[in-house]
Design a protein around this ligand. Structure first.
Ligand code: NAP
Length: 242
């Protein structure tokens, strides 16, 4: 049976790298994105070039009806065997006292409510052998002082979501894990107002540099693969030693 994997936020960054690696290892893909249709279509062409089937669905993961539409579309490819909960946002970098309620709610909405809604649809539709990977962040344990503590706190919630789901879905043969990236070269840092943040944090990282999307994708692909058949409830840190 061909694996069918849903990747949220698959149009750019870590999500796009994951889609490309999954397609190269034989997955059919349903990816979602929010705004950038051209980017999503470009990733989709790479899926097709790898000989796999793929669909790109414009769906906001914070909206329950759009999430149902995403999973309905994915099921047209076959039984859903994987979910990569990846669509995420940060806020402008700054001191905690300056955080606005709007930015706080947006981070909670996308990074927590969106993950829960997608995991719920996946859990309802998946059967034995399926797997979920939640993309968390090393921020969950670092706390991100002076940058975005609220984002770090929500990523810690992602780790707890992973622990709970692994225990609840394990008896059904569904594995649930998280990958915790350190700072990675993607456009997410533009939203935070520091596009070159990956270069700026290099001296805080034991390996002396930020990471690349493919280095995170490789961990996600492994966690979805049969090689990880006894791995569930793990939070795999991929952060250059940080
Ligand atoms: P990115 O380059 O900014 O890409 C974000 C992706 O998510 C895009 O495809 C975007 O689509 C999509 N997206 C955002 N909000 C969405 C929503 N509400 N509904 C559907 N799609 C949505 O981000 P990234 O750096 O690859 O981050 C991916 C994940 O890794 C996030 O969960 C992030 O928190 C985590 N992470 C990143 C880093 C890092 O340093 N980059 C470090 C640790 C953890 P559009 O382009 O269409 O908006």
């Amino acid at each position: 049976m061909t694996p069918v994997t849903v990747v949220t936020g698959g149009s750019r960054g870590i999500g796009a790298a994951t889609v490309r690696q999954l397609a190269a290892t034989g997955h059919d893909i349903a990816l979602c994105y929010r705004r950038d249709t051209a980017a999503a279509e470009s990733v989709l062409r790479d899926v097709q070039a790898a000989g796999r089937r793929g669909i790109a669905v414009q769906a906001d993961t914070t909206d329950p009806e759009q999430v149902v539409r995403l999973f309905d579309a994915a099921q047209e490819l076959g039984e859903i065997t994987g979910l990569v909960n990846n669509a995420g946002v940060t806020s402008p970098i700054g001191p905690f006292v300056d955080l606005t309620v709007t930015d706080l709610r947006h981070v909670v909405d996308v990074n927590l409510i969106g993950y829960v809604l997608c995991a719920q649809q996946a859990a309802r539709r998946m059967s034995t052998g399926a797997a979920i990977v939640n993309v968390s962040s090393a921020a969950a344990t670092l706390g991100s002082p002076g940058e975005y503590i609220h984002y770090a706190a929500v990523k810690a919630a992602t780790d707890t979501l992973t622990t709970g789901l692994a225990k609840e879905l394990g008896p059904r043969g569904i594995r649930v894990n998280a990958v915790s990236p350190g700072t990675i070269w993607t456009d997410i840092h533009t939203i935070s107002g520091l596009p070159d943040r990956p270069a700026l944090i290099a001296d805080r990282v034991p390996l002396g540099r930020a990471g690349y999307p493919d280095e995170i994708a490789a961990a996600i692909v492994w966690l979805l693969s049969p090689q990880a058949s006894y791995t569930s409830g793990a939070v795999l840190r991929v952060a250059g030693g940080q």
